[in-house]
Write a protein that binds this ligand. Structure first.
Ligand code: ADP
Length: 163
């Protein structure tokens, strides 16, 4: 039987419970999920690629998903990376209306570049609608406890960064 492989790309700077929710739900669509942590993004991350990948991997292990979820860093074109990984689905999460335009354009470009790789959107769960890495970073920077948004390991890394 062919295994369906999905790619969940992003900056993951850092991974939040919103990302984790998408990861868990995407496992109903694919047999194996590769979390593709982007090296060169338009955004400037606070954590370097290896730290973002380490924190993501730590959360995947903590959630008991390591048998079906792999974390990999990538740079360059996402669709090329997806093809090299034999992935047929790109998974993206959609929050409220704010993500829509950007995500819609990105999926259109990716589908032109590589029609054999389809993008699938999963709507953010109600409790994660407004959860974004950038707000968690801003809260942590101002000294707030962020344990309700990220794992203990990620909260520790944020504390260390903003200390
Ligand atoms: P990018 O920099 O590519 O937007 P992110 O790490 O910010 O990467 O997010 C990766 C993906 O996860 C994106 O599709 C984003 O919309 C989605 N995402 C992020 N936070 C949430 C959330 N709270 N609920 C649902 N999807 C989310």
């Amino acid at each position: 039987m062919t295994r369906r492989i999905g790619i969940y790309p992003g900056t993951f700077d850092p991974i939040t419970y919103g990302h984790m929710d998408i990861i868990k739900r995407s496992l109903t669509l694919v047999d194996k999920l590769i979390i593709a942590v982007a090296d060169d993004m338009p955004k400037t991350p606070i954590f370097d690629l290896s730290e973002r990948a380490r924190l993501t991997e730590s959360d995947v292990i903590e959630e008991g998903l390591a048998d079906r979820v792999e974390v990999k860093g990538f740079s360059g074109l996402l669709v090329e990376f997806a093809k090299a990984q034999h992935a047929t689905l790109i998974i993206r999460g959609l929050r409220a209306v704010s993500d829509f335009e950007y995500e819609f354009q990105l999926s259109a470009i990716n589908s032109k570049l590589s029609p054999e790789v389809q993008t699938v959107f999963l709507p953010a769960s109600e409790q994660h609608q407004f959860l974004a890495s950038r707000f968690v970073k801003e809260a942590a920077r101002l000294g707030a406890e962020v344990d309700q948004f990220v794992s203990a390991e990620v909260a520790k890394a944020l504390k260390r960064y903003y200390a």
